[in-house]
Design a protein around this ligand. Structure first.
Ligand code: SAM
Length: 464
């Protein structure tokens, strides 16, 4: 490797921050190769300049995509692990179809998240096609997403080498695939049309969201991607996936990713040769507040409140329910107050350490992340500050304080569009609040003050 160590490290950090990936030692060469490809795309004078440019570019830009192509692993095939898909069919799809028929609701929503070149999503299409002879009378939505545009382009074409068809039933293979070039088989357009491919970074807080249609799924398959993520992203992505399920909906991950506590409050369903998670009470669809998440971590094992699902059937009892995960570690309650005192005194390093220890012991905590964001901002670590503010906003998406912090840090980073969006959100979130209402304990500010300050940012050239 000829690239200087600090540049390699910065590349790995950029990959971690934007894609959520840990870059293990044996992958550093791929990151290096990706950075070189991005440099060629950008025609940048140096690798340092490439890194700096990447920071402000969106994930969909050609430069990021060339890095993503180098760093991601797209390994997949049709009916990957046949017995696992047999369980998807028998435990999930067949009962779901029966239940929908009984209710006269002929609609099914499925999502293959991190679908790579589409084999998993098309496997679902093949199964649905087989199970629904009257498919024309149904509304079937199969969404497939991935971060890698090149993989999605291959998926849309639906042309495959024989190797990835090895687990397809020979009769289906003969009926649905046409050899259009030597050793290149295209899936029938009738089945291709069943799947809609979209680019989505699972680590971006863009789902569940009615605006993008990523919500209310009866089944989400997300296999062999969480393993690449940092622990914080694993938890955040798992929670977003859980909240993207319809009441009664199912989440299917690979056995290596079936860590029950990531998907709380989903219920574990052990099936033959597969572990699934289910949104039995519809609880996961509700937005989480900071207090709720913190309470969940502190009192693991507490049962979710049953919710009355709107427009959806109550979930039938899960066939084989497993036990709740074990209890959380004890929480050191005074750590945050002490960290706040330290921060007020300007002792940012110790305040940060204490907050980090608190999160490690207590789990995700809105107040801790907000304080960490402030401390990092004050000590000039904007990147970490942004990440912590993002986590706080993730835990309480309606917190004006978290949005204000995101806006302030983005502004300092020069990310004007992000800053503008967040400050607009602050104004919107505080719109209905009386001017003297307190916003959040930490800021010690009123709604009127924070609103005025956010408007101040919006009035500056950052809106341009
Ligand atoms: C090993 S493939 C998994 C394919 C399929 N799910 C399976 O198990 O057969 C992993 C996929 O995750 C995608 N991926 C990696 N990071 C991602 C992210 N942050 N958001 C969305 N997709 C991501 C990669 O592009 C790749 O296509």
């Amino acid at each position: 490797m000829s690239t200087p160590e600090p540049i390699l490290e910065a590349t790995c950090r950029a990959v971690e921050a934007r894609l959520g990936h840990v870059v293990p030692k044996f992958y550093v060469e791929r990151a290096e190769h990706g950075l070189q490809r991005a440099q060629a795309v950008l025609k940048a004078p140096s690798l340092e300049a490439t890194l700096a440019r990447l920071e402000s570019l969106p994930i969909g830009s050609p430069a990021w995509q060339s890095l993503i192509e180098a760093i991601t692993v797209g390994e997949t095939n049709f009916f990957r692990h046949r017995e696992w898909f047999a369980e998807i069919k028998n435990t999930i799809l067949v009962p779901l179809i029966e239940e929908r028929r009984k209710r006269g609701l002929k609609r099914i929503d499925l999502w293959s998240a991190a679908a790579s070149t589409g084999e998993e999503a098309y496997t679902l299409a093949i199964l649905i096609d087989e199970l629904l002879p009257d498919r024309r009378d149904w509304t079937i939505r199969i969404v497939a997403s991935d971060i890698n545009e090149a993989a999605l382009a291959t998926a849309r074409e639906g042309i495959y080498r024989p190797w990835v068809l090895r687990e397809v039933d020979p009769a289906v293979r003969a009926k649905e695939f046409t050899e259009i070039r030597p050793s290149c088989f295209q899936l029938s357009s009738r089945l291709r049309q069943m799947v809609e491919f979209k680019r989505l970074n699972l680590c971006a807080d863009l789902y569940p969201d009615p605006a993008t249609g990523f919500e209310n799924f009866d089944l989400i398959i997300c296999r062999n991607v969480l393993i690449y993520f940092t622990p914080a992203e694993q938890l955040a992505v798992a929670s977003r996936l859980a909240r993207s399920l319809a009441p009664g909906g199912w989440l299917a991950v690979s056995p290596a990713e079936a860590t029950a506590q990531w998907y709380k409050p989903l219920q574990v369903v052990n099936s033959l040769g597969a572990i699934f998670f289910r949104n039995v009470a519809g609880e996961a669809a509700k937005p989480k507040t900071a207090r709720k998440v913190a309470a969940e971590w502190r009192h693991r094992g507490a049962k979710p409140k049953p919710a009355a699902p709107a427009n959806r059937a109550p979930a039938p009892a899960a066939p084989h329910q497993a036990a709740e995960p074990e209890a959380a570690p004890p929480v050191t309650g005074e750590a945050l107050s002490l960290a706040r005192v330290m921060a007020d005194r300007g002792d940012y390093q110790n305040a940060r350490q204490l907050c980090e220890a608190y999160v490690a012991a207590a789990g995700p905590d809105f107040d801790a992340y907000l304080l960490l964001a402030t401390v990092c901002l004050e000590s000039g670590d904007l990147r970490a500050g942004f990440e912590h503010a993002r986590r706080a906003a993730y835990l309480d998406s309606e917190s004006a304080a978290a949005c204000y912090m995101l806006g302030t840090i983005s502004y300092r980073q020069g990310a004007r569009e992000v800053a503008r969006r967040n400050m607009e959100l602050v104004v919107k979130l505080l719109e209905a609040q009386p001017a003297d209402a307190p916003v959040a304990q930490y800021f010690n500010a009123t709604a009127g003050e924070l609103r005025a300050s956010a408007r101040g940012y919006l009035g500056e050239p950052i809106v341009a």
